[in-house]
Design a protein around this ligand. Structure first.
Ligand code: ADP
Length: 451
């Protein structure tokens, strides 16, 4: 702002000074032209009247010259020796100018004290005499006008700069208000944490948009920070349970187990189970962390869904021979663009859930079909199902509908969270519908690509 004010001041001062100089020169030229005109009138009179030295003393000559003379001026005719032939003045002291016969025309500036005088001399010749016409004009009025003009310009310029500085300051203050608020908020965020926001700036310009964007960003950061904290709390809680159980068994072994083979056997088995559980949890956490990564969409391949599903189901049949997997493919010639390892991981999570929560009814129906240019895979089991109110939470990390039961089965509550994370990288969707004690259907859908 100071820079802009200085620049305005410089431009204004230069413009004013240039204007002053141009005006001054123009007015001085006007004065000189006026003297020239007067001189030619006097010369014309002398020629026209066939003037003689004597006629110059007549009242007519004086009267003619007085008529053309302006205020603060003098016209003097002198002979070649400098003696006065005719002198007419109007508010001008002739003593200020020494008579000076001249053979050529000359226009000169002279000073008498503070008075600026313009002198014009031209030789003349009449019947019986020759000499010099001297004209002088006191530029007092001109100088006074010039001084006044200079002051007006200086004061006007100063006032203009003051006004422009004051309005510039006001505009800059208004303009920088959101930036200042933003800076203060960032400082507060540094000191007090993520809950700080920029207050209402509300003039709708780009800077206030920036401030509201900053607020939105802080909202998102706060949410993800809270989620992160929640995740660390949950993960530590999940890890603490098996570690506590493991510690209990090891203590028991230490005290009595060494001599009692029954306790030794039982505690070792229980400890091994907890270690397996810990391993599962750590693997789950790793998979979850990887599923967040942006580098996920590397190694993408075009996959034809039917053979891929057949292969996956074959593996499931080998793993769970007591289950009947029924696959129905409804002519999906379309393909998927996906990393095959990720598709397999998602299918395993969903199919293993179907297996885990199937209870006595050991049948699973798998359907591949095409709907609205999307390839869909649905996995239907006829197991314990999920209460409607809980369905919305099953994709949250560590969420388990029936904790005790899920723990028994070996669930960590991470599977569906991993599947949801993975599928989001492929513009895919995972939807779950379930009826308690009747069964659950999970549908995965992806954008189809032509084969
Ligand atoms: P988990 O390792 O516990 O199975 P998931 O994230 O895969 O973790 O599933 C979260 C919870 O959703 C499970 O604990 C279970 O309660 C419920 N759930 C998931 N799939 C099914 C299903 N097919 N039938 C019934 N309940 C299910």
């Amino acid at each position: 702002m100071i820079g802009a004010t200085l620049l305005i001041f410089l431009l204004f001062a230069t413009y004013n000074f240039a204007q002053y100089l141009v005006l001054k020169h123009w007015m001085l030229k006007q004065e000189r032209d006026a003297l020239h005109v007067m001189m030619s009138q006097v010369q014309g009179y002398l020629q026209e009247q066939q003037a003689t030295k004597e006629s110059l003393e007549s009242p007519e000559a004086s009267s003619f010259i007085r008529n053309i003379l302006g205020k603060n001026q003098m016209i003097r005719l002198i002979d070649d020796k400098g003696a006065n032939l005719l002198l007419v003045t109007n508010h001008f002291n002739p003593k200020w100018i020494t008579p000076l016969p001249s053979t050529t025309s000359s226009l000169q500036d002279a000073w008498h004290g503070e008075d600026h005088i313009l002198i014009y001399r031209t030789p003349f010749a009449i019947k019986n005499e020759s000499g010099t016409v001297e004209m002088a004009t006191n530029l007092e009025t001109f100088d006074h006008f010039n001084a006044t003009l200079l002051w007006v310009m200086v004061i006007g310029g100063f006032l203009a700069v003051c006004i422009s500085a004051a309005s510039g300051w006001a505009i800059a203050k208004q303009f920088l208000r959101p930036v200042k608020a933003l800076a203060v908020t960032i400082q507060n965020v540094k000191q007090n944490g993520l809950q700080e926001r920029v207050g209402n700036i509300g003039n709708g310009d780009e800077l206030s948009q920036l401030a509201s964007l900053f607020n939105e960003l802080m909202d998102q950061l706060e949410v993800s920070f809270r989620q992160q904290k929640q995740f660390v709390d949950d993960a530590s809680h999940e890890l603490r349970t098996p570690i506590t159980i493991l510690e209990g068994h090891l203590n028991m072994l230490n005290r009595w187990g060494k001599k009692d083979p029954a306790i030794l056997e039982e505690s070792l088995n229980a400890s091994l189970q907890e270690v397996r559980r810990l391993k599962g949890l750590v693997q789950g956490l790793l998979a979850l962390s990887r599923s967040d990564s942006a580098a996920l969409t590397d190694h993408i391949e075009r996959i034809r869904i039917e053979p891929f599903m057949a292969q996956t189901i074959q593996r499931m049949e080998d793993l769970y021979p007591e289950f009947a997997f029924r696959m129905k493919a409804e002519g999906t010639g379309k393909m998927l663009r996906i990393n095959p390892l990720h598709l397999e991981q998602m299918l395993l999570i969903v199919i293993e859930n179907a297996v885990k929560y199937s209870a006595e009814h050991k049948e699973i129906d798998i359907r591949c079909y095409e709907e609205n240019k999307r390839v869909c895979i649905s996995i239907q089991d006829y197991g314990i199902g999920i209460p409607t109110a809980e369905i919305q939470h099953v994709f949250d990390r560590f969420y388990r509908v029936d904790r005790a039961r899920s723990r028994e089965i070996g669930g960590t509550g991470l599977g569906l969270a991993i599947a949801k994370n993975l599928i989001s990288h492929y513009q895919g969707e995972i939807v779950m519908t379930s009826v308690e004690d009747e069964g659950t259907r999970v549908t995965l859908s992806f954008p189809a690509v032509s084969s």
